[in-house]
Design a binder for this molecule. Structure first.
Ligand SMILES: [Mn+2]
Length: 372
């Protein structure tokens, strides 16, 4: 039996101020494109079941475009005659009970089965049971739902568990409403043939559990996500569990660093290649404030022409001088200036300059007082 597992498709996500030829936000279009690639592969692979472990949409109230796109694509999936089981993630669950859950739009599709009402649901077929635990706003309720799941394990069938959460604290995304699966219930995983996880945006097996996997997202929802490989999973159940990761094509992200200790040299040493339409992340390091003013954003962007977007981070040098001055709790400009001179000159020279500086400051103050 083969199950295609994908997750975190975040339809409707958009970012950056770039439109494509159809006047659609380019990053939003990238997410639709990633989804289309998975649907194309579903047609070729023809799995026995399809599962999606949450965050189908980026928001609990998606845009008309995102909803229309999803309906079109799931109509195609529905027509393939392959059962498709989905759970709601934290992004597609309304935060209050006043709004209606978006996944309800799939009710009435013959082969699409969705769990979105914040309770455990099981979807049973001849040879397999899908134990679906969708996102719950009130995580104190999760425990009893997991126990319900436990009671419904059927030893003569394959048992697949579907969750959208962090297993252990490692997979937290710093997002609203996310929850950690209770550690004392991890033993339940051993009674499942496969545990399909959503929430974490990278593909991978979870720690010590041999049958617990995150499929990862199909695109990056943040420029901090530097993974250049996204995709889905094909799970083969037989005598042994076999998990295959399949990659799709996404817009690459490239990271560069320019050490401004010697700016000219660092720029010359840059090896910029394959950045056409890529997302570029540039870090300028060891900057002094003066240098930072001289190096314009457009100058840096020119170095990466052809990229879809260039994101520039500026990191300032922590010089001894500035550290020294930061320590001085200077009350007046005069004291601050004297401290600066002291750091830069010989003691004798300093004593001589000190007199001059004090003289200048007192003259300035007199003049200033006159004006006021
Ligand atoms: Mn997600």
């Amino acid at each position: 039996m083969r199950i295609l597992h994908f997750s975190d498709t975040h339809l409707g996500f958009n970012d950056l101020d770039v439109l494509n030829e159809q006047n659609i936000n380019q990053r939003e279009a990238d997410f639709y494109d990633a989804f289309l690639q998975v649907v194309e592969r579903i047609r070729v692979i023809k799995p026995d079941y399809i599962i999606h472990t949450g965050d189908l949409f980026h928001r609990s109230s998606p845009s008309n475009r995102a909803i229309t796109f999803a309906l079109e694509q799931f109509r195609i999936i529905d027509s393939l005659g392959i059962p498709c089981i989905m759970i709601a993630g934290n992004h597609s669950t309304p935060r209050t009970n006043l709004s209606s859950p978006i996944l309800k739009i799939f009710e009435g599709f013959e082969n699409i089965h969705v769990a979105y009402t914040q309770v455990y649901e099981k979807f049973e077929f001849d040879e397999v049971i899908f134990h679906a635990i969708p996102h719950m706003n009130d995580e104190t309720k999760a425990y009893e739902q997991i126990e319900l799941c436990e009671e419904n394990i059927h030893a003569s069938k394959y048992n697949i568990m579907m969750l959208h959460c962090s297993v252990g604290a490692h997979y937290l995304m710093a997002e609203f409403g996310e929850w950690v699966y209770p550690r004392e219930k991890e033993s339940l995983f051993g009674r499942m043939d496969y545990v399909a996880l959503g929430h974490w945006h990278g593909f991978g097996k979870v720690g010590k559990h041999e049958n617990v996997y995150y499929a990862g997202s199909t695109e990056r929802t943040s420029l901090n996500d530097k993974r250049n490989s996204k995709g889905f999973v094909v799970v083969k159940l037989g005598k042994a569990l076999h998990v295959e990761y399949h990659e799709i094509n996404i817009r690459p992200i490239k990271s560069y660093e320019i050490d401004c200790e010697d700016y000219e040299k660092a720029v010359k040493a840059l090896r910029v290649k394959d950045i056409k339409d890529a997302l570029v992340d540039v870090k300028l390091t060891n900057l002094t404030p003066l240098q930072s003013m001289n190096i314009s954003t457009s100058e840096i962007k020119k170095l990466f022409s052809g990229a879809l977007h260039v994101n520039i981070k500026r990191e300032f040098k922590k010089s001894e001088l500035s550290q020294g001055l930061d320590d001085v709790q200077a009350l007046s400009l005069e004291e601050y200036f004297l401290e600066h001179i002291k750091e830069d000159s010989q003691p004798q020279e300093f004593e001589r300059l000190k007199g001059k500086i004090q003289e200048l400051f007192s003259t300035y103050e007199e003049v200033n007082d006159d004006i006021n």
